[in-house]
Design a protein around this ligand. Structure first.
Ligand code: MN
Length: 130
């Protein structure tokens, strides 16, 4: 079964590129354009990983991350923050908000999927010993 990745991203170009790269590599991508939509979808779908843009309108990615972590079913889902603001302290803020990792924009098509893959839990082997 394909791993499900929820991408919370308000920028259509970034969303297009993320989706293209992830789908090309065999992931199933679900998109949300805002924090509240992302939280609603995450609660309903329980994705295997969440890619979270930090610069979102209304509700920023840090608030979204905190809200997701307060949802019991989403306490341990891997979350990777994506931000163009390579400011000192951004990484710490993202991690403090509950993200497991951090990727800087612009997305590098050569490394994006490998970076994301680092945070995906390895698939549990199916069935018992032969
Ligand atoms: Mn954005």
């Amino acid at each position: 079964m394909k791993a499900i990745i929820l991408v919370i991203e308000d920028n259509e170009q970034n969303l297009y590129l993320s989706r293209f790269l992830l789908e090309k590599n065999g992931f199933h991508v679900i998109a949300a354009r805002s924090g509240p939509e992302g939280i609603e979808l995450a609660s309903r779908i329980r994705p295997d990983l969440i890619v979270l843009d930090i610069q979102l309108p209304e509700m920023d990615g840090y608030s979204v991350a905190r809200a997701l972590r307060q949802t019991p079913a989403l306490k341990v889902v891997p979350m990777v923050a994506v931000t163009s603001y390579a400011m000192v302290g951004d990484r710490e803020k993202a991690l403090a908000a509950g993200c497991n990792g951090y990727i800087e924009k612009p997305i590098d098509p050569e490394t994006f999927v490998a970076e994301i893959g680092k945070y995906l839990a390895p698939l549990a082997p199916k069935g018992g010993p032969p």
